[in-house]
Write a protein that binds this ligand. Structure first.
Ligand SMILES: Nc1ncnc2c1ncn2[C@@H]1O[C@H](COP(=O)(O)OP(=O)(O)OP(=O)(O)O)[C@@H](O)[C@H]1O
Ligand SMILES: [Mg+2]
Length: 273
């Protein structure tokens, strides 16, 4: 890949801010940077949040979200887009419209964020219809966790076989691929399911016993977007993204009293001057 110090791949992140720095825009920028790509942002909402939970949310006007996207797409351009917290149906409609207008042919990673790690809802219930109708059809890959996959597919997931069935059902809404994340299951290993065209693949690694998993989903989706922006094929981008997240969990700094953040900087050597 690129020589040390040079950036390769431009990623536009459309997501919400996490004041705690562990998830959302902050996790996305750190991840994209740590993988050697260039991060740009269109901020959809501000959250007042720490490792214990979300205390407040202020949404950004959809027209202003669109303006952020258009400005950077027209000037800098992007090699991949990633969406995270989109708040409500109006935001989803707007983001999908700008992506169609300005980012055709650029791979779009949709992380269909519905709840924060502590359970706080981050997407209005009525917006799931808009997500299915507007965003999933234009996604290169969608990355639901278990509760999100249950809501999109309209089924309960208890086993890995259920995960496979739900992932196939979600492909039916039009994305080119689905990566269904198994972090919320309770098995000894963590299994993610990748459905790409006719291929269904289980990707498994040992579960790390830890409470420091704040932002794992945002981090995975951004790592995936960075890989696609750098020209990796989908499967290779997923493999690198999972490995990056696993190491970030393993080396988590242990900050905060709740679900603590990951170590996004495990690829980064401090600059000695
Ligand atoms: N305890 C763990 N040990 C190892 N890998 C994990 C663990 N928890 C999550 N992962 C991995 O992290 C990635 C994200 O999965 P997860 O299901 O946690 O997403 P999420 O629920 O969207 O996260 P978030 O709550 O941050 O939105 C997956 O690749 C999953 O395999
Ligand atoms: Mg998530």
């Amino acid at each position: 890949m690129s020589a040390a110090g040079s950036l390769q791949g431009r990623v536009l992140i459309v997501a919400g801010s996490d004041s705690g720095g562990g998830a959302g825009i902050q996790a996305d920028i750190k991840t994209v940077t740590a993988l050697g790509a260039y991060a740009m942002t269109a901020i959809t909402a501000l959250t007042a949040q720490d490792t214990n939970g979300v205390a407040g949310v202020v949404g950004v006007d959809p027209a202003f979200i669109a303006q952020q996207m258009r400005m950077v797409l027209d000037d800098i351009g992007a090699d991949a887009l990633k969406t995270g917290m989109l708040h409500n149906a109006a935001v989803i409609e707007t983001v999908a419209a700008v992506a169609r207008e300005k980012a055709q042919g650029i791979p779009l990673v949709v992380d269909p964020v519905m709840y924060a790690k502590g359970g706080h809802p981050l997407l209005e219930a009525a917006a799931i219809t808009a997500l299915k109708a507007r965003l999933l059809p234009i996604a290169a890959v969608v990355t639901p966790n278990i509760p999100e996959a249950e809501a999109i597919a309209g089924m309960t997931i208890r086993t890995v076989a259920d995960m496979r069935a739900a992932a196939r059902a979600i492909v039916g809404f039009g994305p080119q691929a689905v990566l269904l994340k198994g972090g919320h299951m309770e098995d000894r290993d963590v299994t993610d399911i990748l459905v790409h065209g006719e291929t269904v693949e289980e990707m498994t690694h040992p579960r790390i016993e830890t409470r420091h998993t704040h932002g794992t989903g945002c981090t995975l989706a951004s790592a995936l977007a960075a890989g696609l922006a750098q020209g990796l094929a989908l499967r290779a981008a997923v493999i690198r993204a999972r490995a990056y997240v696993l190491e970030a969990i393993r080396t988590a700094p242990g900050f905060g009293h709740g679900h603590g953040p990951l170590n996004h900087a495990h690829t980064v050597a401090p600059f000695e001057g």
